[in-house]
Design a binder for this molecule. Structure first.
Ligand code: PHE
Length: 347
């Protein structure tokens, strides 16, 4: 009788506590307290041996029945709480599909990359292949093969960023012209390539000078290539970039790897050549240097200068964008100011 009553009170207390437990950790604690290895029901079952023999079967049955009942109640409560918990979390995570979306930030190509693509396309239509070359160069390609001897001022360390101080002449290329020699060494004529890419100069920076900038080199070598071909190609370039009425101006200039050498300009599309702010009142926009490939350069790469001739040109890519889109500071291109870059994002 005593035994039955105490089981009954364990049962009541256990069920009351189970109902009051309202999270999973509490339920686990409850299970340990009643049904675990040292739980009250377990201990009760273990103590059956100390009862008088005739009471043991009834007490054992009652205790086992309680154990089964509590285990079932525990499982029911645990499932209920787990489901409620899941529902609560789902409600918290719910997505309101009617909210307006957040527009993702979509990047675009840099204006220099866009100009490179545009130039490659224009030159592809004229039969030029776009190739790329190393930015770290040897003195042999950056200077020697371009007929720039060791005593030429352009080799002065003040213009060139040296990579190697041990004596070997390894430099950041000061122009894209080394790819003239590399291309000719690798192929037989006819050659028609353009080479866009970075160039580096040890230089004080200002609105029109950057220590890193982009050039596009052009090279055509074949039998009977003349300066008229050069002028035709550059005029076509100017028309594609600046409009159909453009004219090209050549003026004598000196580059060791061309003979004759010129600088070339396009008449200002904004004022039609009369003079304005963009062309600094000159009527002309300077695009770059050019000329007929020097016989020494042709010979240096194993071409026969008596049979082959060619033209080469180099233009500054940032400069082209500045002229066409009215950018007045070259430093803006590498400055990473989104307000500048976003202006090129359209189209
Ligand atoms: N490499 C020259 C420079 O950087 C430009 C140039 C290229 C001139 C090809 C003539 C021919 O100034």
């Amino acid at each position: 009788m005593v035994v039955q009553e105490s089981l009954g009170s364990i049962r009541e207390r256990a069920l009351a506590e189970l109902n009051a437990a309202d999270d999973l950790p509490e339920i686990e604690r409850w299970e340990r307290a009643y049904l675990g290895a040292r739980g009250e029901v377990t201990l009760f079952l273990r103590s059956l041996g100390s009862l008088p023999t005739e009471e043991r079967p009834a007490a054992g049955r009652a205790a086992n029945a309680l154990k089964v009942e509590l285990a079932a109640a525990h499982e029911g409560r645990r499932r209920g709480l787990a489901a409620a918990d899941l529902e609560r979390r789902l409600a918290g995570d719910a997505v309101d599909v009617t909210l307006p979306g957040r527009a993702p930030l979509v990047g675009t190509a840099h204006p220099v990359s866009r100009m490179i693509d545009e130039l490659s396309e224009i030159f592809a239509l004229m039969g030029f292949q776009t190739v790329f070359g190393p930015e770290v160069e040897t003195g042999r390609y950056n200077f020697d093969l371009l007929n720039i001897p060791s005593d030429h001022p352009a080799r002065d360390v003040w213009d060139t960023i040296q990579v190697e101080t041990s004596g070997a002449e390894i430099v950041l290329r000061t122009h894209t012209s080394p790819m003239q020699a590399r291309t000719m060494e690798a192929t037989e004529p006819p050659v028609r390539v353009v080479v866009p890419g970075r160039a580096y100069r040890y230089e004080a920076q200002d609105a029109s000078h950057e220590w890193m900038f982009h050039q596009l080199e052009g090279l055509a070598v074949d039998e009977r290539i003349t300066m008229a071909d050069l002028k035709g190609v550059l005029r076509e370039l100017a028309r594609q970039l600046f409009g159909p009425e453009r004219r090209i101006r050549f003026r004598c200039d000196f580059f060791p790897f061309v003979e004759p050498g010129v600088d070339f300009a396009v008449d200002c599309a904004i004022c039609g050549g009369k003079g304005c702010r963009v062309c600094k009142q000159t009527g002309w926009l300077e695009m770059g240097g050019a000329g007929m490939v020097h016989p020494k350069v042709l010979g240096g790469v194993g071409y026969d200068p008596a049979r082959y001739s060619g033209f080469a040109f180099g233009l500054g890519i940032e400069r082209l964008i500045m002229m066409r889109d009215g950018v007045d500071d070259v430093r803006a291109f590498a400055g990473n100011d989104l307000r500048f870059l976003r202006q090129f994002a359209g189209a």
